[in-house]
Write a protein that binds this ligand. Structure first.
Ligand code: SAM
Length: 328
C-alpha cells in the first residue's frame, strides 16, 4: 500500500514527467533555435538502472502516471527498455511519451509492444512549409504518417501538441478542423511560455488562447466538464468531429490550482515546478536498491517547498533556460 505525496495546499502528485536527455534533433524557433549543442564535461543522463530506482521511489509515493520527455526522448536507443521498466513498476498505470514524432514510423509499434499507453506528438502546423519554418526541419509528412500508424495500434490516447504562435501558425484552425473530422485524436493548443532564453521571441509571438476559444465556441465546439483527474487543458468537443481540441493556457488564473505533477531532469534533479527556482539532485540516491527508504524520505521532505503557482506573469522563469533542459 503506497502513501501519497501531498503539498501544503492539499494537492497530491500521482504524475511524474521525467526528461530522458537534453539533446534534440529539432531546432524549434521557440525552444532551441540554434539546435542542441553538447557541453563538454556535462554528465551523462540517468541510465536505465537509475531510472528503475527513481520510478520505484515515486511509485512508493503514489505515482500512477509517468511521462518520458526531453530533449527528444526517441533519440535514446534504450527507450523500449525504459518503457518496459516503467510498465513493470507496480502502481504505474499509464506510461506516456512526448516526442517530435520523427521516429514514429519505425518505432511506434515497438513502443506500444513495450508498454507505452499514451502518446503525445508535437505538430506545430499542418502545412509542410510552416512546419519546417517553425521546427527547422521539413519532416511533417513522415510524422503524420507515423501518427496514422499509431492510430491503428490501440494507444489509450493520442494527443498532438501545437504551440500557439502569433503570426506563425495562428491561422491554421481550418486545417485542424479538417484533420480532426475523422481522427480520434486531441490537439492541444499550448500558449507560448516565456523561458530564460526566449524573451524577445516571446514578446513577438505570444498569443493568449482566449480569442481561439471564442472562435471555437462560435463554430459550435462545446467546453467539456473537467474530469477529477484531468490535467490543465480545457477540452472542447463537437458532434461533427471525431477529434477534440484542448487549450493549455499557463497564464490563465488558477492554472496551477490543479497541479498534480512533479518533474525530474535528465540528470536526476527534482523540479517541483517547470518554472521553479529549487531542485535537489536525486542521482546520489539512485546508486543502489537499498537507498529506496532514503529516496522516499527525501521526496516526501521536499513537498513543503512546492509553491502555490508559478510567477510567469511577473516574468520569473526560474531555472529553465528552455524546455529542452527539463522537458515540456
Ligand atoms: N522533443 C519532444 C517534443 O518535441 O515533443 C519533447 C520535448 S518538448 C520540450 C515538449 C513540448 O514542449 C513540445 O510540445 C514543445 O512544443 C513544448 N514547448 C517547448 N518550449 C515551449 C515554450 N516555450 N512554450 C510552450 N511550449 C513549449
Amino acid at each position: 500500500m503506497s502513501v501519497q505525496l501531498h503539498d501544503r495546499f492539499g494537492r497530491s502528485f500521482p504524475y511524474l514527467r521525467l526528461s530522458l536527455l537534453e539533446a534534440c534533433n529539432f531546432r524549434c524557433s521557440y525552444c532551441l533555435p540554434e539546435g542542441f549543442r553538447a557541453t563538454a564535461g556535462r554528465p551523462r543522463p540517468l541510465d536505465a538502472e537509475e531510472i528503475r530506482r527513481l520510478l520505484a521511489g515515486f511509485a512508493h509515493l503514489g505515482l500512477r502516471k509517468l511521462r518520458y520527455t526531453g530533449g527528444e526522448p526517441s533519440l535514446r536507443r534504450d527507450l523500449p527498455e525504459l518503457i518496459r521498466i516503467a510498465a513493470a513498476t507496480p502502481g504505474i498505470e499509464r506510461v506516456a511519451l512526448t516526442t517530435n514524432g520523427t521516429r514514429l514510423p519505425e518505432r511506434v509499434a515497438v513502443w506500444r509492444t513495450a508498454g507505452l499507453t499514451h502518446l503525445n506528438v508535437s505538430v506545430d502546423a499542418l502545412e509542410r512549409e510552416r512546419f519546417a519554418t517553425i521546427t527547422g526541419h521539413d519532416r511533417l509528412p513522415e510524422i503524420l504518417e507515423g501518427i496514422e500508424q499509431a492510430l491503428t495500434l490501440g494507444y489509450a490516447a493520442i494527443k498532438l501538441n501545437a504551440v500557439l504562435l502569433r503570426g506563425l501558425n495562428d491561422d491554421q484552425l481550418p486545417q485542424w478542423f479538417d484533420y480532426l473530422r475523422e481522427r480520434r485524436v486531441s490537439v492541444r493548443f499550448i500558449e507560448l511560455m516565456q523561458t530564460g532564453d526566449n524573451l524577445a521571441y516571446f514578446q513577438r509571438h505570444h498569443l493568449r488562447a482566449e480569442s481561439l476559444e471564442a472562435l471555437l465556441m462560435a463554430r459550435g465546439w462545446r467546453l467539456l466538464p473537467r474530469a477529477a483527474d484531468a490535467g490543465p487543458a480545457r477540452e472542447y468537443q463537437h458532434a461533427d468531429y471525431a477529434g477534440r481540441i484542448g487549450i493549455i493556457a499557463p497564464y490563465s488564473k488558477d492554472f496551477c490550482a490543479g497541479c498534480n505533477r512533479l518533474r525530474v531532469t535528465s540528470l536526476g534533479d527534482l523540479r517541483l515546478c517547470l518554472f521553479g527556482n529549487v531542485g535537489i539532485p536525486l542521482r546520489p540516491l539512485l546508486q543502489c536498491d537499498t537507498q529506496l527508504p532514503q529516496l522516499v524520505a527525501t521526496l516526501g521532505g521536499q513537498m513543503s517547498l512546492k509553491q502555490l503557482g508559478h510567477r510567469l506573469d511577473a516574468g520569473e522563469t526560474g531555472l529553465t533556460p528552455n524546455l529542452s533542459t527539463i522537458g515540456g
